[in-house]
Design a protein around this ligand. Structure first.
Ligand SMILES: NC(=O)c1ccc[n+]([C@@H]2O[C@H](COP(=O)([O-])OP(=O)(O)OC[C@H]3O[C@@H](n4cnc5c(N)ncnc54)[C@H](OP(=O)(O)O)[C@@H]3O)[C@@H](O)[C@H]2O)c1
Length: 333
């Protein structure tokens, strides 16, 4: 039952989700300080994640900056290819195609799709529209979506997802695909204790539940802000992430303190509390991983759940929190 005193309260999901793996950092120098010397650690992280039963891997054709363009897909494709075939069974590799302004018309993603599939060595299960063009080129989106639906119909990819769509557009896309007898499998949006809007009563989580669309929570750790204990904030990351941390950390101390209390009660790291708050709301968190110990922490989080009181405490703290993650500028209504 929804709790009117708690605007984030949602009916309990029928099944508790697992944890997915995000690969934005694999190839991104600007925000994540990627260096090819990290590839061995990324391979080890991937293998550990698979060993521990994580099955969903999210990438994008725009992940990888400058000369590392497409690197995330290439690395992921290489890692999956190196697995013995039996261990590839049950993995879901999902990529996102970017609706750049030059990708127009129903066949606008054709080349991008083939390039992604090549980088991923054919290991591609789901294709997703990376963001909505509703705010700046509303005419572009429909044709591109029809093109993605063509790929599913032609059997070239197994399923179709979208990202950064709001509730109104999500319904429209669902209806558009349903008219062709096709299913929209997933929506991914920013969702964390510092970005809880998707869980509002009129938010996308409600629409996903109603229409049977899987909800994927991206940046569930708020780029790592939510995995660090409260306090002075020594050793902040370099570059733009450090600037964000410096701006937000002073405003989110009460939330971090509540998270720390819950983490202690479960003898778990802070990251597990942030991950499990998404799971408690029926979303599959896509956790950005790049080290073995992070894969282990993400997998360990999936072995326990928040109780109702802990979830409600966190809901309240998220609502009151004075720091919020910047919204994605391409998120539609
Ligand atoms: N659709 C979209 O528009 C969109 C946008 C953003 C992200 N995404 C997807 O969502 C995924 C996840 O989001 P994200 O990468 O933005 O950030 P995130 O998952 O919120 O944070 C990832 C960072 O948190 C830290 N971390 C991870 N596990 C940890 C642990 N156990 N303990 C302590 N720190 C830990 C790591 O930072 P350090 O390595 O620095 O410690 C890691 O790089 C992306 O990789 C991508 O696949 C999609």
């Amino acid at each position: 039952m929804a709790d009117p005193a708690n605007p984030l309260s949602v009916p309990a999901p029928s099944g508790v989700t697992g944890v997915g793996v995000g690969t934005w950092a694999w190839g991104n120098q600007f925000l994540w300080g990627y260096d090819p010397a990290q590839d061995e650690a990324l391979a080890a992280c991937f293998l550990r994640a698979v060993d521990l039963g994580l099955t969903v891997f999210d990438t994008a054709d725009s992940y990888g900056t400058g000369r590392f363009g497409g690197r995330s897909e290439s690395l992921l494709g290489g890692f999956v290819e190196a697995l013995p075939p039996a261990r590839r069974q049950g993995l879901t590799v999902a990529t996102k195609l970017a609706p750049f302004p030059w990708r127009l018309g129903r066949r606008g993603f054709e080349r991008a799709f083939e390039e992604s599939r090549r980088r991923l060595r054919g290991h591609l299960d789901r294709v997703q529209l990376h963001w909505s063009t509703a705010r700046y080129a509303p005419w572009q989106e429909g044709a591109l979506l029809e093109g993605l639906a063509d790929l599913v119909e032609q059997g070239r990819v197994g399923s179709l997802g979208v990202s950064n769509l709001g509730p109104r557009r999500l319904r429209l896309v669902h209806e558009r695909l349903a008219r062709r007898g096709l299913r929209l499998s997933s929506l991914q949006v920013q969702l964390s204790l510092l970005a809880p809007d998707a869980l509002a009563a009129d938010g996308v989580a409600t629409v996903c539940r109603e229409l049977g669309i899987e909800l994927l929570a991206y940046s569930p750790l708020a780029l790592g802000l939510l995995s660090r204990p409260p306090g002075e904030g020594q050793g902040l990351p370099p570059g733009p992430r450090g600037l964000l941390f410096r701006r937000l950390r002073p405003r989110i101390q009460p939330l971090l303190q509540t998270m720390e209390r819950i983490a202690r009660a479960h003898d778990a790291p802070m990251a597990a509390v942030a991950i499990n708050w998404c799971r408690a709301h029926g979303a599959l968190p896509l956790v950005g991983l790049r080290r073995v110990e992070q894969a282990e922490a993400a997998a360990a989080a999936a072995t326990w759940c928040l109780d109702d009181e802990e979830r409600r405490d966190l809901d309240r703290m998220a609502q009151r929190c004075e720091g919020r993650m910047p919204a994605n500028p391409f998120q539609s209504g």
